[in-house]
Design a binder for this molecule. Structure first.
Ligand code: ATP
Length: 378
């Protein structure tokens, strides 16, 4: 496995700049996720590392050695795609063995046999080796495709949405298998996905890509709790984060937050208040995830009245969009609490759990999680 360095990569297709000035390092044995919406440039980056399509600018190095003019077959990368790409006329055994029978990587037959059986056992494919791809399930096909990539010792695994075709249950199971495989094999992996839960559960680090540029690189905790921009904040979470307007106002020598939506002022945690004060802003955007929105079916002191506008089941919860006089708010409630559309609901906001952004640049300023455990409320 290799340390992979990507420096200032730019790729254009005619007038479209698919990737602009991208840089990151993959540590040896790291599981690194490229995460972003459709068309963000993820596959373009992966392909350039694989040697499919040259960059217009920038450098790709494996262990310090430039790969720019090295053809794909000589880079020793192993790729796994969304559509498995198994040979339909070969058995699962032969499919897995095929990557040890290429011109560039030919192994003796006894090594091939030993490796195929070792990987088949790791991926629980032992009983299926004589079958053709059409005779196994989608999950088993995807495991065979992984197996084919794993039998070699590549510099890097490149995986492009390998679980996207699978149903939710199988995707979950395969995610766990991939994680276990990563722990066991110690592989350097670059993994492309547009599924935030997959990115968070698999990635040692995640690079969030938007319109060909990197918005943030960080651990799952960092991108979730301290998103660099409002865009990043919106990309993570079952229910999209609420971004509410906030006004900062000095009251009795302390900085308070006023939410026009609730027409109330709130105390802020000390560190949050200090950083917001230092920012010199009078207006901020306040990111509140569903967990920072409380609800009640009866009027309560400090709660804002609203009506349930839409409901969407998400797993064992339901996402409600609530209309209030000041604007819409999203929150999750347990399925057991599912209301009727147009039912009245009362909401309160825990601004200490807020993520604060500059209302002009939409960039991160502060959140309490930065200092969680180090301070209490004033
Ligand atoms: N061969 C091509 N010719 C022209 N434009 C292309 C080509 N390949 C990609 N693009 C454009 O480059 C941009 C990035 O595409 P890319 O496939 O890398 O995105 P992605 O993040 O992988 O998206 P998805 O998740 O939909 O696969 C898009 O605007 C896309 O339309």
């Amino acid at each position: 496995m290799a340390k992979v360095t990507v420096e200032n990569l730019t790729k254009k297709y005619g007038k479209t700049t698919a990737v602009r000035n991208i840089s990151f390092d993959l540590e040896d044995n790291e599981f690194f996720v490229l995460f972003g919406p459709a068309g963000a440039g993820k596959t373009t980056i992966l392909n350039m590392i694989a040697g499919i399509g040259d960059p217009d600018e920038g450098r790709i190095c494996f262990d310090g050695q430039s790969m720019n003019f090295i053809e794909s077959s000589k880079r020793n990368v192993a790729m796994v795609f969304e559509n498995y790409a198994l040979y339909p006329h070969l058995t699962i055994y032969e499919n897995i063995a095929s990557s040890m029978r290429t011109k560039a990587h030919r192994e003796p037959e006894e090594v091939i046999d030993r490796e195929v059986k070792r990987i088949a056992s790791l991926l629980r494919l032992e009983g299926l080796l004589d079958r053709k791809p059409s005779q196994v399930s989608n999950g088993q096909k995807q495991r065979a495709a992984l197996g084919r990539a794993m039998v070699r010792k590549p510099n890097i695994f490149l995986m492009d949405e390998p679980l996207a075709h699978l149903d939710a249950k199988l995707r979950n199971a395969m995610r766990k298998e991939l994680k276990a495989m990563q722990d066991k094999l110690q592989t350097t992996t670059l993994y492309v996905t547009h599924d935030y839960a997959e990115a968070m559960s698999l990635g040692d680090r995640i690079a969030v890509i938007h319109q060909g540029e990197i918005c943030q690189i960080g651990t799952a905790e960092e991108v979730y709790n301290m998103p660099a921009t409002e865009f990043v904040a919106r990309m993570f979470g079952d229910s999209e984060i609420n971004i509410l307007q906030g006004v900062l106002r000095r009251e009795d020598s302390t900085l308070k937050l006023v939410l026009p939506l609730s027409n109330r002022s709130y105390e802020l945690p000390r560190h949050t208040a200090e950083v917001l004060e230092a920012s010199g802003r009078k207006q901020v955007d306040v990111g509140l995830r569903s967990s920072a929105v409380r609800y009640s079916w009866r009027p309560e002191e400090g709660y804002v009245k609203g009506t349930v506008y839409t409901m969407e089941p998400l797993g064992n919860k339901v996402e409600l969009t609530v209309k209030t006089e000041g604007g819409a708010v999203r929150l999750m409630v347990p399925v057991t609490e599912t209301p009727d559309v147009d039912e009245t609901i009362y909401l309160a906001f825990d601004v200490s759990g807020g993520i604060y952004f500059d209302s002009d640049s939409k960039e991160y300023i502060v959140c309490q999680k930065e200092t969680a455990g180090k301070e209490g409320k004033r």
